[in-house]
Design a protein. Structure first.
Length: 280
């Protein structure tokens, strides 16, 4: 494994059509939206999908979904106990980073009981940081009333025409932004090869992610922009780099209904090359 020597920034453009991109549990599972009408996808949701893709690729993951557990553990405490806890907090953190890819990528807070001492809480800061995704323009959230055709249980009093609601984004174009910090990568053992895995996870973010709320093809990574700087701290700030991708509606249009309705421009900065990758 080769050492990560240079800072990395990335931006992914995500297209959402007739799907619930990220339901808000405090709002009846309607797609997340801010007060100005812009759609949102939480960073927790994005990291969950990246973890799932890591797991699909065969890497060990600490924060696993209950329905995707591959080690027999039913909670994080059980999984944390799978590795030796006889050393110091620093030694445990090092072993955890070596064992689980998501820990050395995103970091993790551990709380476990050591044999030599009382309860110990340890935090690991990961090098990969991801912003919550925000749509480039306001979105329209629609709701559809649905019914079920049969009773769930025998003798159930409610009829087979019980009503329910389904919410979805008619069309939205979201921007995911993130960066990889070299100084933190040195502490967790995050390598250049790990960065390439993160890149592939972002490119294929919605593979094996289909559900009734997100049918196959309703969400896609349209394009991924990947910048590798020439130093640890980078020639430019992440904010400057992320602004290089400009998305505007094509002339004459007031709203978008498809990805072809946007004009995407990639600006440049001196001595900073961008790898442009088509997503899935």
């Amino acid at each position: 494994m080769s050492e990560l020597k240079n800072k990395i920034d990335f931006t992914a453009l995500v297209s959402v059509k007739m799907a619930n991109s990220n339901g808000d549990p405090l709002n009846g599972n309607r797609p997340r939206i801010d007060y100005d009408g812009f759609g949102e996808i939480s960073d927790v949701c994005i990291k969950r999908k990246i973890r799932n893709r890591m797991q699909d690729m065969g890497y060990r993951i600490f924060v696993q979904s209950a329905d995707r557990s591959d080690d027999g553990c039913t909670c994080l405490r059980e999984r944390a106990k799978m590795i030796a806890q006889t050393g110091s907090r620093e030694e445990y953190a090092k072993l955890a980073c070596q064992t689980w890819m998501d820990v050395r990528s995103f970091g993790q807070v551990f709380a476990f009981k050591s044999k030599e001492s009382e309860d110990v809480s340890g935090g690991i800061r990961g090098p990969v940081s991801i912003h919550q995704a925000v749509s480039v323009f306001p979105i329209e959230v629609r709701s559809m009333q649905i019914t079920k055709s049969v009773n769930s249980e025998p003798g159930e009093k409610r009829g087979s025409d019980t009503m329910g609601m389904k919410h979805f984004v008619r069309y939205g174009f979201y921007r995911i932004k993130g960066a990889i910090n070299v100084q933190l990568a040195e502490k967790t053992g995050f390598s250049y090869e790990d960065a390439q895995i993160i890149k592939e996870c972002l490119r294929t973010l919605f593979v094996n992610d289909a559900s009734s709320a997100r049918p196959d093809g309703s969400m896609e990574v349209y394009r991924l922009y990947w910048w590798e700087h020439n130093s640890k701290i980078g020639q430019y700030s992440s904010a400057q780099v992320h602004r290089l991708v400009d998305v505007q509606l094509k002339q004459g249009l007031e709203e978008a209904s498809d990805i072809d309705d946007y004009e995407i421009t990639l600006h440049t900065l001196p001595d900073l090359q961008c790898e442009v990758i088509d997503g899935v």
